[in-house]
Design a protein around this ligand. Sequence first.
Ligand SMILES: [Zn+2]
Length: 147
Amino acid sequence: MNCLECNVKLSYLDHKNSVDSLGVELCQHHRERMERLNEQNGTPLEAIQLYYGLKEQGVQAMLEWWDGKKSVDIAISRVKLNIEIDCEYHMLTHEQAINDLEEAMHSFKNGFTTIRIPHFLIKHYLDETVHNIIGIMEGLRTFIKVI
Ligand SMILES: [Zn+2]
């Protein structure tokens, strides 16, 4: 097992600590960096897992990308795709729902597409989620070429 970030070989303990803590295989240095992001910015663990899931498929994404107004969980700038992880679906209030819609409108106006992915999807269907995001990227790329 190697670190998904720097490819250094992981010891049994490094591997165990990282998988237990984040659900991804990282060396101590990169695990601590992601743990800080999780604690300080509230980056969901699922965003970190999806980021590395995409990276393994050769997709270059950015974690906690600041779009000028707010922080986006994952951004794939090449195709102007923003991905937000929805952590508490059952808690969605009317107010949050209209805020989400408004945010989506602003991103569309700026040429960005925002998709929201429920956290449990990443937990249970990471491969399929990554596969579908790659499909969305291909669609966006075609669209960008057209205009
Ligand atoms: Zn590393």
